[in-house]
Design a protein around this ligand. Structure first.
Ligand code: SAH
Length: 260
């Protein structure tokens, strides 16, 4: 039997969840612990700091995703490499670019994609149950998708009356996309449609605002790139406890079948 002397590497593409350690999966924690290299955006790496002792940490910045992917693949031929994204790595994260670059390389390495709690679920959990049945997710970032395509998608999803989660709702580079999305929502949904603005869900500096499609301009100042916006669908309503507004409920439909 020949001895396998060449060290075999591996590449783990890891979703870190919304921010805090307690919302990471045990699998993500375990694989980071056994990695030699950890690669990711500084924003996501800093909170991991205590887990990174003894590892080579490669901090990258936004807009450098392709280089980061290439570097990860090269290293993963002979080392245990973790490449990390916030939320889920497969949702507007690093997973697809890493897999595409891998496809174009000649490398054959062990790959694992480890899921994480994505912003839609993190934000929804802070306001009750707004996404109880079918829902859609749209990113308002036009860096990789032309604005007219985003607008077509907004029309498609608002027209069927399901709740819509907006990622990347606003940034300095595209301050008007959120207002544009609201314009599209108003073509199909009533003034009382509930809207939630969830900023820094499940991490420090969390803020939640519940409003309606009629009043959303009043809180537009609170929408930025750390925010996920949930626009209710035709069946969504404000959830109250006593006089307090707690969030949004989109009934799953049990009331059609049961009395409760
Ligand atoms: N891969 C990430 C999404 C990256 S796109 C995920 O699965 O969550 C970046 C956008 O995600 C932000 O502009 C914001 O809209 C949303 N986002 C990410 N983390 C968030 C959080 N903790 N709270 C609110 N929104 C968040």
């Amino acid at each position: 039997m020949p001895l396998h002397t060449k060290q075999q590497g591996s590449l783990s593409i890891i979703g870190l969840g919304p921010g805090r350690r307690e919302h990471m999966t045990p699998r993500a924690l375990k694989v980071i612990a056994s990695s030699e290299y950890v690669i990711g955006n500084a924003l996501y790496l800093d909170p991991l700091e205590p887990l990174l002792t003894g590892k080579t940490v490669i901090r990258s910045s936004m807009g450098k995703e392709v280089e980061r992917a290439k570097q990860a693949i090269e290293l993963a031929e002979s080392h245990a490499v973790a490449i990390v994204s916030g939320g889920d790595a497969g949702v507007y994260g690093m997973a697809s670019i890493v897999l595409e670059v891998l496809e174009h390389s000649n490398a054959y390495i062990e790959v694992e994609v480890i899921p994480g709690v994505t912003a839609a679920n993190a934000a929804a959990s802070r306001i009750g149950s707004p996404l109880s049945g079918d829902f859609a997710v749209i990113s308002l970032s036009d860096l990789l998708t032309p604005l007219e395509v985003i607008e077509q998608r907004l029309d498609a999803v608002f027209s069927v009356g399901i709740p819509v989660v907006l990622y990347n709702p606003k940034s300095r580079g595209r301050p008007h996309n959120f207002a544009l999305a609201i314009e599209h929502a108003r073509r199909y949904l009533g003034a009382e449609t509930p809207i939630a603005i969830v900023r820094n869900a499940l991490r420090d500096g969390e803020e939640v605002i519940i409003t309606t499609l009629a009043d959303v301009e009043n809180i537009e100042y609170a929408v930025d790139m750390h925010t996920t916006v949930i626009i209710g669908g035709k069946e969504s309503r404000i959830w109250r406890m006593g006089n307090d507004v707690k969030g949004i409920i989109t009934p799953r439909g049990y009331h059609h079948k049961y009395v409760y």
